[in-house]
Ligand binder design. Sequence first.
Ligand code: G
Ligand code: G
Ligand code: MN
Ligand code: NA
Length: 254
Amino acid sequence: MVMETKMRAALENDEFILHYQPQVNVRKGKVVGMEALVRWDSPEDGLILPQDFIPLAEETGLIIPLGEWVLRTACSQNRAWQSAGYPPMDISVNLSARQFRQARLVDMVERVLRETGLDPRYLVLEITESVALQDVDFTVATLQSLRAMGIKIAMDDFGTGFSSLSYLKRLPIDILKIDRSFMRDVVHSPQDAAIVSTIISLAHNLNLKLIAEGVESEAQARFLEKKQCEEIQGYLFSKPLPLPEVEFFLRRFR
Ligand code: G
Ligand code: G
Ligand code: MN
Ligand code: NA
């Protein structure tokens, strides 16, 4: 079977699953969010990572129904954690270019929120700079409609695109996620340290929340904490977890 046909069947057969990566506020010692990351749990081929199927899903348009499934599952799961008594946290969902440009994105998100009963303030939608800059007027209008519902918007992989600061000023966003490529050598490379410090100051000055991605060591976390970047996502705390392991993780933080 060709990959596209296999993927369509996989969606019907419920072979996609979500893993969740915790986002921790290190000063408060609290889990503040989870990023939902899709995987294909194929009976034939085992666990397939997004890099090996998202591009084709994007090309074929299957990303539209798959993306709706991801959003619905993530919102419904966040609601379930809240009902189970865990302290409320955000759920972050990635939107690809084609998803962001789909007609009726705003209607779809509104419907999923209504049907799952998740309070919109606990949903974060992540887009990248390149997606945001494809058509800035469209982007601004779409983000305004989403934020009007109470949803938060994160700029993912920040620093790897080419968004100029004037665009950043125009875009109605709430959160900058510092790309993990800057984190790897942040402790030893003065250049990376300067870039990360600059992004942190920029976010503080523009009143944006920050999440540092790809944090793997205590030394990196200390660097960030010194610069008042308190929210961290990375292997230091946890890799993306399958659902059953999320509860173990959350209990450690209660
Ligand atoms: O950990 P991981 O290999 O899951 O993530 C790889 C990439 O796949 C990330 O850049 C992430 O943005 C993307 N990705 C993961 N889940 C989703 C999803 O549900 N939708 C979209 N559009 N992209 C995703
Ligand atoms: O959407 P985004 O591109 O930000 O997706 C996050 C990606 O980063 C996923 O592929 C996830 O598995 C990966 N990731 C998360 N934390 C770490 C980390 O600490 N180190 C590295 N190398 N990768 C990470
Ligand atoms: Mn992301
Ligand atoms: Na990212």
